[in-house]
Structure formats: C-alpha cells, structure tokens
Design a binder for this molecule. Sequence first.
Ligand code: G4P
Ligand code: NA
Ligand code: NA
Length: 186
Amino acid sequence: MLREGIVLNESMLKVDAFLNHQMDPQLMQAIGTRFAECFRDHNITKVLTIESSGIAPALMTAMSLGIPMLFARKKKSLTLQDDLYTERVYSFTKQETSDITVSKRYIGPNDTVLIVDDFLANGEAAFGLCRIAEQAGARVAGIGIVIEKSFQPGRKKLTDAGYRVESLARIASLGNHRVTFAEETD
Ligand code: G4P
Ligand code: NA
Ligand code: NA
C-alpha cells in the first residue's frame, strides 16, 4: 500500500497495482491463508463475496479451507427472479444503488458462511452479503476484509450488529496525501 498505493483524496486509496486491476497471486494466496487461519475452527462451509474485486481473496481463502467460494452478482436494477436471493445495496462511494443476487441453489440452512471482501468503507456490501446469507438460513461466522478504512463507519456498524470482523490492514487516515495505519493495538 505504501509503495504501490495511490492516495486519490482523503477517502480513497487506489490499489490497482495488486488488488483492483492487476492482481498479485502470491499476495492473494497469503491473504487466503491468513483468513483461513483466523476462521479455521468455525466449520465454514462456504466463502461468500461480491464481484469483482472480492473474488480473488475469497477464492484463495476457499482454496485454503478446502471449500467452495460463491460470489454475489451485482446488477444496476433487476426484475425479480424467484430462484435468487436479492438484496439492495447503496454505495456511498459511488452514489448508486445496486441489487446483489445469489442463486438459492448454492446456499442454504446447512451453510456456515465466511464473508470476504477487498475494501470495507461504509459496510453496505458486507451487510448486503450478511442479509443474503441470513435469507438463506445460513450462519455468518465472520467477515474477512483485506483493507479496512477505519475512519469510515463500516467496521463499527458491523461489530455493533454482532459480526466478527477481521481486517488485514486498517487505515486510520488518508489525510496529508499519505496512508496512516491504525495502531496495531486498537
Ligand atoms: P461499502 O460496501 O463498505 O459501503 O463500500 P462502498 O459502497 O463505499 O464502496 C463501493 C466500491 O468502492 C466497492 O467496490 C469498494 O470495494 C470500493 N472502495 C471503497 N473505498 C475504496 C478505496 O478507498 N479504494 C478502492 N480502491 N476501492 C474502494 P465495487 O464497486 O464493489 O467494485 P469492485 O472493485 O469489486 O469491482
Ligand atoms: Na472494490
Ligand atoms: Na468489493
């Protein structure tokens, strides 16, 4: 992040060099190993993410746990289909609403789900994925985030709602055109 990230402004970090455009497979593998270690004892049956940038870390996590990865699809608007779980997600960053969908075929009441995503900002995507899992009757074991922007409200909203959040990097600030990490002890 320090070497290849680009601080676009006080709230956005561009990481196209290794996560959002070009992807670093060894880094993704290390991320997957780390999330798998965090949640190894929770009998996870499925890793759930959202297209597109969540797929790489989620896939490597699923590989490390030896289970499938399932990604929600994102559509601008949708005619409801009854074989899909659908949740509406509002993005503050993009100022747009999308419907995210997962087929009822691939998630159900016997699943224990680990949610993985690339960024945590306001938490809307993660909450949408939690609601999809819960619609399916699945249990949410926790949420693994690659880069958390700790100065935005997502983490607090998720932990207040009772979800366990494990973030690999926590950014306290993007002020002064640089990345400042949250203290390891927070
Ligand atoms: P939220 O889910 O936490 O509420 O986040 P928000 O709607 O604000 O984020 C919308 C999109 O912007 C998401 O990607 C998210 O990963 C991305 N994003 C948010 N903050 C940053 C940031 O500081 N840097 C980068 N690089 N991305 C950020 P998306 O639209 O779902 O796209 P995709 O990358 O998965 O295709
Ligand atoms: Na993203
Ligand atoms: Na994402």
